[in-house]
Structure formats: C-alpha cells, structure tokens
Design a protein around this ligand. Structure first.
Ligand code: FES
Ligand code: FES
Length: 168
C-alpha cells in the first residue's frame, strides 16, 4: 500500500482535510473519501464530463486530476450548488425543462453550465452548446439541456441566485 498524503482543500465552502494515495484521482477522493457522490464516474478518460467539478473557478474533469493536486484549492461540486436547501436556478430549470432522465450526466452538465454562467451571464445558444461540448448525455438529448441553461441565465439575470428565488 502506498503512503498516503494529507491534503487540505476548501470543498463547497468548507475547509476539509483528507488522506489520499498519490495515485487516487480527485474524483475518487471526492466520492470514496469525502463521500460526495454527486460527481459521477463515466469514462475515466476525460471524454464524458460526468465527473466535472469546479476547481478555483474553472471546470475540471475530476477523473483527470489527482487528489493530491487539490492541496490548497477551492472546489465546488454539484452538492455545493444549492444554497441553504434552495435549488440553484440551473437545477430548477433542468427540472422544469425535463433536462434529465437517468441523471448520470446531470451533475457534470450543471457544473459546466455554472462555469459558463459565472464568466458569461448572457450566453447565446452557440455559447451554451460550446461550453457543454465536453459533456455527453446518452438519454435526454441536448436541446432540453441547452434551453434550461438559457432559461437559467435569464432567471439569474432577473433574480440573482437561489437565495433571491427562495424569497420570491
Ligand atoms: S468520468 Fe471524467 S470525463 Fe468521463
Ligand atoms: S440523462 Fe442519462 S446520460 Fe444524460
């Protein structure tokens, strides 16, 4: 058994420490050590986007990053999208537009969309399709997902994040 390394990172706003082996991916660290199972395991080769999380504000395939590389990083997983029990606008719009079936791809799409809307609050359809190009869905098709992201962008521009929605 290889020696484990102590990693300290901020995950969904909370400082956490965990021990991981040098070979373990960030995806494994999140799912198997920190028990955050929102990020999904699909291809493990960086092709499907099911494992997408945000690391220091950038969308990352967590299957391609080592857990030890998370030292000092700020990580947001799909578990960190909702605030105080209120779904993020993206989550609500995915439900309203029926943008998921089995849901395996959904956390990855949500994080990729969050990354887009954080840097571009007024995306057009091409922007959304480009930002989601690294995420694959085998069930739903992409039109409903794209519509949900565009609708969420409009909602966020009008009302802000989930806290504002909760107050409505
Ligand atoms: S599981 Fe990471 S990209 Fe597919
Ligand atoms: S909803 Fe099943 S893979 Fe996308």
């Amino acid at each position: 058994m290889s020696k484990k390394t102590l990693v300290e990172a901020k995950v969904n706003g909370e400082t956490v420490e965990f021990l991981c082996e040098p070979r373990q991916s960030l995806l494994e660290s999140l799912r198997d050590i920190l028990e955050l199972t929102g990020a999904k395991e699909g291809c493990l080769t960086g092709d499907c986007g099911a494992c997408s999380v945000m690391v220091d504000g950038r969308v990352v395939d967590s299957c391609l990053m080592l857990g030890v590389e998370a030292q000092g990083c700020s990580i947001t997983t799909v578990e960190g999208l909702a605030t105080t029990g209120t779904l993020h606008s993206l989550q609500r719009k995915f439900l309203e537009h029926a943008s998921l079936q089995c849901g395996i791809c959904t956390p990855g799409f949500l994080m990729a969309a969050k990354g887009l809307l954080d840097r571009n609050p007024e995306p057009n359809e091409a922007d959304v399709r480009y930002a989601l190009a690294g995420n694959l869905c085998r069930c739903t098709g992409y039109d409903k997902i794209v519509k949900a992201v565009l609708d969420a962008a409009a909602d966020l521009r009008s009302h802000g994040d989930g806290k504002a929605a909760a107050a409505r």
